[in-house]
Write a protein that binds this ligand. Sequence first.
Ligand code: LLP
Length: 410
Amino acid sequence: MYRKRQLLCDGVDLTALAEEQGTPLYVYSADQILHRFSLFADAFTQPHTVCYSVKANSALAILRLLAEQGAGFDIVSGGELERVRRASKAALKRVVFSGVGKQVWEIDAALKAEILIFNVESEAELALLAERAEALGKQARFALRVNPDVFADTHPYISTGLREHKFGIDIGLARAIYRKAARSRWLDPAGVSVHIGSQIRAVEPFAAALERVLALIGELKRDGLDIRYVDVGGGLGIEYGAAAFDPAEQVKSYAAALTAASGLHLLLEPGRFIVAQAGGLLTRVLYVKKNGAKTFVITDAGMNDLIRPSLYQAHHEILPVRQGTATEQVVDVVGPVCESGDFFARDRKLPKVKPGELMVLLDAGAYGMSLSSNYNTRVRPAEVLVEGSAARLIRRRETMKDLFVAEILD
Ligand code: LLP
């Protein structure tokens, strides 16, 4: 929102914030995050737990904000488990542990933390889980993550629900594995899980995957197993472009597509949907230059700070922080990193900007900072959480010293 031609994040003036904290800077709205989270409670009437997917944005302050609202968490590593522990010990019992390559130390840490459930992705992992559960004297609740062989229209790098993907266990083989596992006193076959991919905007693929999962659960129940949980994964998409988008309606139709799961406790693992549109990346224009017919706007943020455009050809809207005159120009917005793939927008019509001016890359709250790196030996951005009209620094900018702490010279 602009006030007096200056862009605000809730009650905070972004020009003043950039002066104070420097750029590039990730800025998140706590109100937006909480609002998105609350949409799930409004739309889902059956017993459910929203297990926010930590990988989307794993800032401790954001995890704590969500934990205070009763959120659970979807984790994929021992590191993410440690994040949840630091943000909220009470939330550990609402953790689901996904991932195709869990290691012994990660399984042990999760067993000791008494998490809610393991989403197991192979027979070998299940055998290891049983072994570690016995060694630690802790029974492990688990769900097999089944691969439903359902197509969802999204970028190929983030589609997961087809047989040719590395994720999950062929749904046709799952029943036999459950029956075998049920004989172990260290394993509690408590659920079935599925995740078909990310940034999926149509709700039909979720319904199709659930239908297959419920058919399996019916069989497992007939086999005498006490299946209580159905985990439908994450993946609910948003609108990155300028098109109108009603998040409340989106969650409502998602909930409507999942009503068949009644009678079971539903686990949901949204990541992007909760945090993407609550965050922006604030950056300053360093140079504007012309090469041939092209005009390049060079920003102080680069692909190491926000890799989505480079990696997935993702579109992020870009706004100037100071609302200028109406003159527009077709430009490429690029970062300082030494790769031609380091771009935020190509041939985009944008209001004219000059060096020193600020811009915001919108919808960068998910898979922005969490996918950032130190490529080109660049320090990663600071992060700020806006709470009403107050801005709280939740991660300081890295320093040159931070970049070298792990290196050994002699
Ligand atoms: N659960 C599982 C098992 C997942 O693998 C994922 C995402 C989620 C939940 C959360 O999905 P979401 O609700 O955020 O779509 N870096 C990519 C997205 C990778 C998603 C990986 N898995 C991007 O920037 O688009």
